[in-house]
Design a protein. Structure first.
Length: 140
């Protein structure tokens, strides 16, 4: 794996270190799905919801005709009606899945800092960032 991913322990870290990780972090990504919401006050550079492509597919496939030609025409019509905004959302959703896969994300939710540090299973973004800050402080 080209990026070093660290699984940080469950020890509670003081929130005083949150400011330093936010100041040092260039990018903060949250990788999750609709069943694993992440909360917190810190700024997120990118929110990747791994179930978003399936949600788009379900939306496009809703109430399709059993006739393949009519179904294909209806999907094309829906794509055209959605226009560039829909296409961008779909492209971003699939790119997010590819990016999470390339980072080797194995557990949700995952908080990724600078594409170098990963905190798995923490639904509080501020706590996850505090853990990364503590790790950086301990091992500069």
């Amino acid at each position: 794996m080209r990026n070093l991913c660290l699984l940080l322990g469950q020890a509670l870290i003081g929130m005083a270190t949150l400011g330093s990780v936010a100041a040092n972090a260039q990018e903060v990504w949250v990788v999750t799905n609709s069943g694993n919401p992440v909360t917190g006050k810190a700024t997120v550079s990118r929110l990747i919801k791994l179930d978003m492509p399936q949600r788009f597919e379900a939306e496009l496939a809703a109430q399709l005709s059993s006739d393949p030609q009519r179904a294909a025409a209806l999907v094309q019509q829906r794509l055209q009606q959605g226009g560039q905004p829909l296409q961008k959302r779909m492209r971003d959703a699939y790119q997010g899945v590819a990016d999470a896969w390339s980072l080797g994300i194995t557990t949700l939710p995952a908080v990724v800092v600078d594409q170098r540090y990963v905190v798995y299973g923490e639904s509080d973004l501020d706590k996850a960032l505090a853990r990364v800050a503590q790790h950086r402080k301990d091992k500069p």
